[in-house]
Every structure is written in structure tokens, then in C-alpha cells.
Design a protein around this ligand. Structure first.
Ligand code: GLP
Length: 241
């Protein structure tokens, strides 16, 4: 694995955007695996800038997001579909029909999950997977547990994740309890993985992922087995390495 430590979150975003832009320049119809959360926002802002400057053309790019909450409307202001539209897709020349987010309201979550993995495979697999990391080491919504789950699946959020995401909702009771998430196998199948982490509250999860055992209690630790994974960290997130 490669680890790069930057001075601040803005530089982490620029580095991530540069790597994503390079992928799109070398393969105009690249398949991007995208993430939500506050961490990738600077990277998305830089991609918007590069697109507006005419440096990167997203017109043929396909994207598959990592996860989506269950049981909130797709156009809810906190849905991950809305997040992606507001923070990236509405500002670049991507064809919105080529952007994909799991359907968290599917009547049959298992069928939706299988179809989502199949759609990624049919698109040729993910070229670059962008990840943030939860304070408990989760990636996507793969929460600490007894095993690594291979495929896309419905998950019940950990209490610590509900508390972490509470800031986006009016009350803790409004935070969705379930989500559909790419599995660890789906993530590990990406040809390149970029994990972004900024801020001191991610330092322990980064330390456990890099130096701890490879262990489903810290789901990101499995990334050490990936042949092309790059951790892009600011100094605070790297503070316990
Ligand atoms: C959510 C998302 C993750 C994200 C994590 C951290 O749980 N499902 O994909 O990595 O939040 O979010 P943030 O970047 O806001 O700390």
C-alpha cells in the first residue's frame, strides 16, 4: 500500500482529484466508484474546477456510488443521491443516466443488491474506487463485525455511525437505521482504491487499518491485501501512524 500525508484537507482533495482526473484522461469512459461524506468534498470541488477549466471531460464516465440509506426518499436532502447531485454531478458534464446509486427503497433489498453488483460487473468493473472511512473503520457502510461480507447487501448501521451521522438530521430518531452498501469483495475488486481521511477523529481508525491485524472489526484493514491502494491523509488523520 502507498500512504501519502499532506498538510491539510484541501491538499488531500487535490491529490485525489488529480488521480481521478488522470484515470479519466487515460480512459474517457472510466468507471468511478464514488463515496459520500464530508471527506471527499474537496476532491469533488477540484474535479468541478478541472471540468469547468476544460481539463477533464466526464461525458462518457460511468459512476457507481458505494451506498445509500434505506427508507428515505431519493430526493430527501440527506439521501446520498442528493449529496452526489449537489456536490458533484450537477456541476460537471457527466450524463446523469450514467450515474448510479443503490436504490435504498427497493422492495427487495437482496435483489437490488445483486442487481447492483451485476451492473458494476457488466460495466467492466470499477477502475478507481474512492473511499472515506468511518471512525470505527467502516468503509461504505460495512460496519465492524465477525466477517467481511463479499457482495452488495443491506446493512444495519452501528450505533456509533448513527451518532456520527446524527448531525445531518433533525434528531437521532430521524437517522436511517439501514442502508444498502457495496460489500468488501465489490470494493476489493476495484482496480485502484483511494482512501481519503482527514481530521484527528480518523487517526485511530487509520492506525488500526494500517498497523492492526487484518480483522473484520476494522473493515478497512482488508485494504492492505489490495494490490493498488493509496491512502491520502492529512497530518491529523496520520497523527497516530
Ligand atoms: C458514512 C459513509 C462513508 C463515509 C463515512 C465518513 O458512514 N457511508 O462512506 O466514509 O460516512 O464520513 P465523513 O467523511 O463525513 O467523516
Amino acid at each position: 500500500m502507498q500512504i501519502h500525508v499532506f498538510e491539510n484537507a484541501a491538499q488531500v482533495g487535490q491529490a485525489a482529484a488529480t488521480l481521478i482526473a488522470a484515470q479519466v484522461l487515460s480512459k474517457p469512459n472510466a468507471v468511478l466508484g464514488l463515496a459520500t461524506g464530508s471527506t471527499p468534498i474537496p476532491a469533488y470541488q477540484e474535479l468541478i474546477r478541472l471540468c469547468k477549466a476544460g481539463v477533464v471531460d466526464f461525458s462518457q464516465v460511468r459512476s457507481y456510488n458505494l451506498d445509500e440509506y434505506c427508507n428515505i426518499p431519493e430526493d430527501h436532502e440527506q439521501s446520498y443521491r442528493t449529496f452526489m447531485n449537489v456536490n458533484l454531478f450537477n456541476h460537471i458534464n457527466i450524463d446523469i443516466a450514467n450515474t448510479h446509486v443503490p436504490n435504498g427503497n427497493a422492495a427487495d433489498a437482496e435483489a437490488e443488491s445483486a442487481a447492483y453488483d451485476a451492473a458494476i460487473a457488466a460495466a467492466g468493473g470499477i477502475d478507481v474506487q474512492v473511499l472515506g472511512i468511518g471512525r470505527n473503520g467502516h468503509i461504505g457502510f460495512n460496519e465492524p463485525g465477525d466477517s467481511f461480507i463479499y457482495g452488495c447487501h443491506q446493512v444495519t448501521l452501528a450505533q456509533s455511525t448513527i451518532e456520527a451521522n446524527r448531525r445531518f438530521f433533525e434528531s437521532e430518531a430521524d437517522v436511517p437505521r439501514q442502508a444498502i452498501s457495496l460489500g468488501i469483495g465489490s470494493i476489493m475488486n476495484a482496480r485502484k482504491v483511494l482512501l481519503l481521511a482527514t481530521g484527528a477523529d480518523k487517526a485511530q481508525a487509520i492506525r488500526d487499518s494500517v498497523h492492526g491485524d487484518i480483522n473484520p472489526q476494522v473493515q478497512a484493514s482488508i485494504l492492505r491485501n489490495h494490490p493498488d491502494v493509496i491512502f491520502l491523509l492529512d497530518k491529523a488523520a496520520a497523527g497516530l501512524l
